[in-house]
Design a protein around this ligand. Sequence first.
Ligand code: GTP
Ligand code: MG
Length: 372
Amino acid sequence: DVVKVPQGATVAELADLLDIPASDIVKRLFLLGTPLTMTQSMSDELIELVADDLGREVKVMTKEEENSFTFYDDPADLLPRAPVVTVMGHVDHGKTSTLDAIRHTGVAEGEAGGITQHIGASQVKINGRTITFVDTPGHETFTAMRARGAKVTDIVVLVVAADDGVMPQTIESINHAKAAGVPIVVAVNKIDRDDANPDRVRQELTEYGVIPEEWGGENMFVNISAKKNMGIDELLETILLQADVLELKANPNTFASGYVLEAKLDRGRGSVATLLVNRGTLHVGDALVAGMSYGRVRAMLGQNGQPVTEAGPSDPVEILGLSSVPAAGDEFRVFQDERDARDLAESRSLKARIEEQNKVKHVTLENLFDTM
Ligand code: GTP
Ligand code: MG
């Protein structure tokens, strides 16, 4: 049996997982020439070495692996789901304007409600299909979320201004998307300008491996003007084409899980979190854990602040009812029993506290001056 051990586990934690006295491990470590105390954390190699020495098999789990619950779905239960899109690009190239233009299009199609946007994500409808846009990810958020193992984007829309061309953050965005294995749809923006040169943008991007389909590459390009509302429908249709290639599916008929997009403490309403569901359906009253926080969904609000009773795969939703404020990128998961949610949240907090203490303990009188 392979025992899963979280990266950075302490001697005591490893003993617990292997179900042996911690003193056995301390002894072995001493014999291996690396004396450690019970509360000190061990390197991956050391964990493997000790386990091997004990004739046990372990798998050291990275944060990312640990964070991603593995669920099994019968392929017959999988249904198509909406693509989740993040807009990225260089400063001032028109990310916000593009999102605004898109939202107007979606609203023009007859969606109920105003255009006041309430939460950090929104959905638009085109040709009877839905696209979810995650607003925030500035590059830092995107990277931070990925570091936590959160996969919140299916497609990156890279906005590049046709007058300015490829700039440092254009390249950064490409690198992020590639590292995450997310396909890039390029929106060449500001084509209304006299000095716009959309072909130069295409040419420049080839240097970074972003190559238009019509030139034999894999990337779909659309010329747009967010300001003049040109090419927006085509951009949305292109996103749907890219989504078709990905064959995005999820099982809606199960307990919900997904990621926290953002969360805050609100005077009066308490902990308010925007969640993105990626599997199952979330309901008012569900018991859930989100990072180190837990609770029951007391109320759910849609993108315009309207109350909703359920949220399925690829739906963003704001919820009230968590015990504390989770972090962006935390995974959330619904449990049948509220106690299980609380237990998981509490064991995670405990682990975080131990990690924190370990950090403090590493500063001793001997090494105090080295670290200063
Ligand atoms: P940051 O959030 O600061 O990184 O900028 P952004 O990428 O969100 O760009 P934003 O949408 O704020 O647009 C920047 C400027 O470009 C604004 O002055 C817009 O009016 C202008 N702009 C955006 N789209 C177009 C367009 O299609 N044509 C023209 N001519 N100007 C545009
Ligand atoms: Mg902006």
